[in-house]
Design a protein around this ligand. Structure first.
Ligand code: NDP
Length: 347
């Protein structure tokens, strides 16, 4: 049973050598009573997993407990039931939920495992991203509720999205266009900027790595000199500062993530926070699992758009568990183009 294990706890930027692919021994083909044996097909790579690679912290959230060095790492994935010791699942079922990074997993906590009933309309791997629900890393719920609930958009408003070509960002941009907003995105390469404009329908996009002055970069966009109404925050740091100096009165900032800060031992300060006072800005953090109970709203609204080709969804699929470490670590250098998935097997 091939596995990806954490070799040692990480401080600073994660490297491929913090993860190792090893043979975890013979595959057990029978599920013990109360457990399900799953063949893992697709594994989701999510930025929050970086936090679980750090040493344990006292008082940390148990949902994001540190991984154990020498053991397989865990995350969300899609799999096929091989054998079941519980009534809710039978062999042959497709499922998604919390699993381990290995070829076969015995899952004893079946509360975090869900049957995939719609295997016809969308590719199975989408359940790691677009249609996933169960954890912070599940981009569809994050983008959908983060944008609609936290940002409360109105038609015609001006929206800015950072890390815009990624799993969450690409969806936020498209939801914003569907809501009738003007949307600008930033991303870290020419290829990603092209994708934002040609595939995801952003009105404008720029490569933040080529800008010395982010404040001036934002002012370049057609309506932004009037101010940004909504900022969907994925990166933090200097970008947040630049947005704060360009935000409009009564602007909203949905703080989804701050990936530029995750690997820093001392987080960067934000200088323009006072803008929140005189601009009456509302800035709100949120976590996708706040919205689990409303998952069916996402399915009802978004699956038809996907079927009609009105929402594009780009995945970056790494083939084989051996490419898993590079795929996960690559999130922090922007190697991924779209939602990063690891395909362990295709069926
Ligand atoms: P992505 O698919 O966007 O992958 C991460 C991307 O972040 C990279 O491709 C890279 O793109 C960008 N990036 C990496 N390092 C930096 C940096 N130093 N500065 C600026 N950009 C950087 O990941 P997700 O869509 O899954 O996640 C996006 C954000 O949303 C993250 O902050 C994540 O933690 C957060 N999140 C929050 C959730 C919640 O419930 N609140 C749930 C899911 C995600 P580029 O080439 O553009 O730099």
């Amino acid at each position: 049973n091939k596995q990806v294990v954490l070799t040692e706890y990480v401080t600073g930027f994660p490297k491929e050598s913090h993860l190792a692919v090893r043979n975890g021994g013979k595959i057990q083909l029978k599920a013990p009573q109360g457990s399900v044996l799953v063949k893992n097909l697709y594994l989701s790579c999510d930025p929050y997993m970086r936090g679980r690679m750090s040493p344990p912290k006292a008082g940390g959230d148990p949902n994001f407990a540190s991984f154990t060095p020498g053991s397989p790492i865990q995350g969300f994935g899609v799999g096929k039931v091989v054998d079941s010791g519980v009534a809710e699942f039978k062999s042959g079922d497709f499922v998604w939920g919390v699993t381990s990074w290995e070829e076969y997993s015995i899952i004893s906590n079946t509360k975090t495992l869900f049957k995939i009933t719609n295997t016809e309309d969308v590719p199975l791997s989408y359940y790691t991203g677009l249609l996933g629900v169960m954890v912070v890393g599940m981009p569809g719920v994050t983008a959908y509720f983060g944008f609609h609930d936290v940002c409360a958009p109105k038609k015609g408003e001006y929206v800015f999205v950072s890390a815009a070509s990624g799993a969450v960002g690409q969806l936020v941009g498209q939801f914003a266009k569907l809501a009738g907003c003007y949307v600008v995105g930033s991303a870290g390469s020419k290829q990603k900027v092209e994708l934002l404009k040609s595939k995801f329908g952003f009105d404008e996009a720029f490569n933040y790595k080529e800008e010395n002055d982010l404040d001036a970069a934002l002012k370049r966009y057609r309506y932004f000199p009037e101010g940004i109404d909504i900022y969907f925050e994925n990166v933090g740091g200097k970008m947040l500062d630049a947005v704060l100096s360009n935000i409009r009165v009564h602007g909203r900032i949905a703080v989804c993530g701050m990936i530029s800060q995750y690997n820093l031992e001392h987080h960067e300060g934000v200088h323009n926070l006072a803008a929140m006072i005189y601009k009456r800005v509302r800035m709100q953090g949120f976590v996708s699992f706040d919205y689990f109970a409303r998952y069916s709203e996402l399915l009802d609204d978004v699956v038809p758009y996907v079927k009609e080709g009105k929402i594009a969804y780009v995945e970056d699929v790494a083939e084989g568990l051996e490419n898993g470490p590079a795929a996960l670590v690559g999130l922090f250098s922007g190697r991924n183009v779209g939602k990063q998935v690891v395909a362990v097997a295709h069926e």
